[in-house]
Design a protein around this ligand. Structure first.
Ligand SMILES: [Zn+2]
Length: 136
């Protein structure tokens, strides 16, 4: 999750983990051209979890071809590992809840329910079908 942060460009390192994110110049889905939409603040949970540092700004970019919106730079493999280590287990849930009050143990548990998967599938299905060209 990101938060709008105007045109602020602070990028202050302050934690124990180094940031080595990957700057991309094309869409990570379809390789289309990108347009910079705005500056955004990395969610406090992510900044703490991945880099053990205060939130910082990144570019929010959008693909001109498929409209996919994502932040740039992207996470390195090691950073993804730090984010998803023990994903949704008790320590992960507590750490996330400390930054995001809505991420309760019940919310975390309910994410794995068939009802939750069904809702997410219903949202993603029409989006993905536009790009599958008849494939299932
Ligand atoms: Zn694209």
């Amino acid at each position: 999750m990101t938060f709008s942060f105007g045109e602020e460009t602070d990028f202050v390192l302050g934690g124990g983990e180094s940031s080595s994110m990957i700057e991309v110049s094309e869409c990570v889905i379809c390789a289309g051209p990108l347009v910079r939409r705005k500056r955004a603040l990395v969610a406090p949970f992510l900044a703490t979890r991945i880099w053990n540092r205060a939130p910082f700004c990144v570019d929010l970019v959008q693909c001109k071809d498929c409209a996919f919106l994502f932040y740039n730079p992207r996470l390195e493999y090691e950073e993804l590992g730090r984010l998803y280590r023990d994903y949704r287990k008790e320590k992960y849930q507590r750490m996330r809840h400390a930054s995001e009050a809505w991420y309760t143990p019940k919310f975390n548990f309910d994410l794995a329910s068939s009802a939750s998967y069904g809702k997410r599938r219903a949202i993603l299905k029409p989006i993905l079908q536009r790009h599958l060209n008849g494939r299932r």
